[in-house]
Design a protein around this ligand. Structure first.
Ligand SMILES: Cc1cc2nc3c(=O)[nH]c(=O)nc-3n(C[C@H](O)[C@H](O)[C@H](O)COP(=O)(O)O)c2cc1C
Length: 226
């Protein structure tokens, strides 16, 4: 299977990517998958100009010639796409959002209304076999509402992907927190193995992965300096 990982953290030592890396270790335990990691921050990807040139005159090709074309080529040929990113202002970092915005050459202007009433653009090709997984880490301890906006956006854009949202992600790069971070990383590795078998994650596995490492009170106390 071909796996495309879009790493949206701008940091060299990403908290979120520690989770994604552990997941990939489990997913590719036997080394049989082709994994391509794109560090989006290192790429030149301009914001979408909103010209609809890709629909109106470029036959599904963006008018901007930059690194997004390479990403779109990988997108079209991947079996699994993993969006790995930190939560920024309840959404994804802007450089990764530019990648998402500029996937519109993958669909047509033509719209279709689904049975549930939602309206979508028709895809240019049959992308129904591409699986999507979202791994999102954030800095707050878990609280209602923190992930709502990003979940809604990803659910709608990626047609109900598998999605794991992890609170307290900065603990993953704090050496003193290894006692709680390492078991979570082990769970992500196991989840990668599960995904390789079933091409999805069970709700029970997602709940395990999303469980805060320490209580909100303890986390806030540590962040605030004890
Ligand atoms: C600009 C910015 C916006 C952020 N917005 C949120 C947010 O809305 N909610 C949250 O819980 N954490 C927020 N964070 C914290 C990051 O999600 C957190 O530090 C995460 O662990 C960083 O992951 P990374 O190391 O993979 O980049 C924000 C951080 C930055 C720099």
């Amino acid at each position: 299977m071909k796996v495309l990982v879009l790493n949206g953290s701008p940091k060299k030592k990403s908290d979120t990517f520690r989770l994604t890396d552990a997941f990939l270790k489990g997913l590719n335990k036997d080394g049989e998958h082709e994994v391509h990691v794109v560090n989006v921050i290192e790429k030149t990807i301009a914001p979408c100009r909103g010209c609809f040139g890709c629909w109106q005159k470029m036959d599904g090709h963006c008018v901007i010639e930059d690194d997004q074309n390479e990403i779109l080529d990988l997108y079209r040929t991947s079996d699994l796409i993993i969006w790995s990113f930190p939560l920024y202002c309840y959404s994804m970092p802007s450089h990764l959002k530019a990648v998402l915005d500029r996937t519109i050459p993958l669909v047509k202007m033509r719209m279709q209304q689904l049975e549930d009433g939602t309206v979508r653009h028709e895809a240019l090709a049959d992308f129904s076999k591409i699986h999507t997984l979202v791994i999102c880490g954030c800095g707050f301890p878990n609280w209602e509402g923190n992930f709502d906006a990003v979940k809604l956006m990803c659910n709608t854009c990626f047609c109900g992907p598998d999605m794991v949202c992890v609170p307290e992600a900065p603990l993953l790069n704090v050496p003193l927190a290894a006692i709680v971070a390492d078991p979570l990383l082990a769970k992500f590795e196991k989840a990668g193995e599960e995904y390789a078998q079933k091409m999805t994650l069970s709700p029970e596995t997602v709940a395990e992965l999303e469980r805060p490492m320490i209580s909100a009170e303890e986390y806030i106390r540590n962040v605030n300096g004890g």
